[in-house]
Ligand binder design. Structure first.
Ligand code: PLP
Length: 357
């Protein structure tokens, strides 16, 4: 089947096969990774390898810490301000859809939080141009969501926030393309789209931003303590870290992030070309801001939605129903979705249009 779920999402098949092979006995240790002490030499080597491969893939500079945490991206919506806002007490948020709105709402508890720009007037169908942003030079950071998983808009440029650190929720597009980590103060992502199973949250943070946690910050969520403890201040999500490590190695074998990006662009183009050529379906997102990961679309005649989904399911194409807040359809085409899956969807959409159009 082809699973178009927005997350947790498909993992690469070779990764799942390797994990199955190693499930009962990892590398002759006689243990499953799940049973290992996180302080034992076997798991320490898995952890170190996972971090090293991610650093290599994303070209993460030495003055950035990589933290493997728990709590998900929604947890980070609170953990980020708890750790960073203390420097000046203020932060800027750019609202581009449901996820950045949620981040902004959560942050209000921890300091003075301003909306620097919002796409509300376009119903979140476009990213506000940087010239319209009202940035506070005294903010501790500027927060964006690089890819809005529900709305289907994505940043295809990196905002310039001067000396104010840029913070990005990259949950749904991390590892989908090459980015310059140096342009960010902090990047966070729940693992369950492009990196591995749920339960793991990856935080990449510039070292000089550590050490400003509010006194109320739980120790398990204090970046400085976690950085000093190599993410082992508390028991980390060991199995999820192991699987993420296998995914990172798989991405490396695929040719790294440039190759992955090319593949993702080719997949998304198939869908957008069809949507642009059709009067039966529409996407509605500004062309330059369209997501390469989550492609929402609507049938002009919404009474056909059920028939569309039923037909897709009969062909093994699952989870195409749009998010309940926006309706319609959504095809999530993360790294592990093969181009054949998108080709099959496009073929089905054409057939459905010719039968019902
Ligand atoms: N941010 C974005 C962009 C997401 O897509 C999601 C989940 O889909 C979240 C945050 C929430 O992540 P979690 O469920 O890991 O807390």
């Amino acid at each position: 089947v082809f699973n178009f779920s927005a997350g947790p999402a498909v993992l690469p098949e070779p990764v799942l096969r390797q994990a199955a092979d190693e499930m009962l006995d990892w590398h002759g240790s006689g243990m499953s990774v799940m049973e290992m002490s996180h302080r034992g030499k076997e798991f320490i080597s898995i952890h170190a390898q996972t971090e090293a491969t991610l650093r290599e893939l994303m070209d993460i500079p030495a003055d950035y810490k990589v933290l493997f945490m728990q709590g998900g991206a929604i947890g980070e919506n609170a953990i980020v301000p708890m750790n960073l806002i203390g420097r000046t007490g203020r932060a800027d948020y750019v609202l581009t859809g449901d996820w950045s709105k949620k981040s902004h709402k959560e942050a209000k508890t921890y300091g003075q939080v301003q909306v620097a720009a919002t796409a509300e007037s376009s119903k979140f169908t476009a990213i506000p141009k940087q010239a319209e942003w009202k940035l506070d030079p005294g903010a501790a950071y500027v927060h964006i969501c690089s890819n809005e998983t529900i709305g289907g808009v994505q940043f295809h440029w990196t905002p310039d926030t001067g000396s104010v650190p840029l913070v990005a929720d990259m949950s749904s597009d991390i590892l989908s393309r090459a980015i310059d980590v140096r342009k960010y103060g902090l990047i966070y992502a729940g693992a369950q789209k492009n990196m591995g199973p749920s339960g793991l949250t990856v935080v990449i943070v510039r070292q000089d931003l550590l050490g400003h946690a509010l006194p109320i910050t739980p120790t398990a969520f204090n970046y400085k303590l976690q950085a000093e403890a190599d993410s082992m201040y508390n028991t980390p999500p060991t199995y999820a870290i192991y699987i993420a490590g296998l995914v990172f190695q798989h991405v490396k074998k695929m040719g790294g992030l440039k190759a992955v990006e090319e593949h993702n662009r080719a997949k998304a183009k198939l869908l957008y070309d069809l949507l642009d050529a059709s009067s039966f379906y529409r996407n509605g997102i500004a062309r330059e801001d369209r997501s390469l990961m989550n492609v929402p679309f609507w049938l002009k005649d919404e009474t056909k939605n059920e028939a569309f989904l039923k037909g897709a399911e009969a062909r093994g194409m699952l989870q195409l129903k749009g998010h309940r807040s926006v309706g319609g359809m959504r095809a999530s085409i993360y790294n592990a979705m093969p181009i054949e899956g998108v080709q099959a969807l496009v073929q089905y959409m054409k057939e459905f249009e010719s039968q019902h159009g």
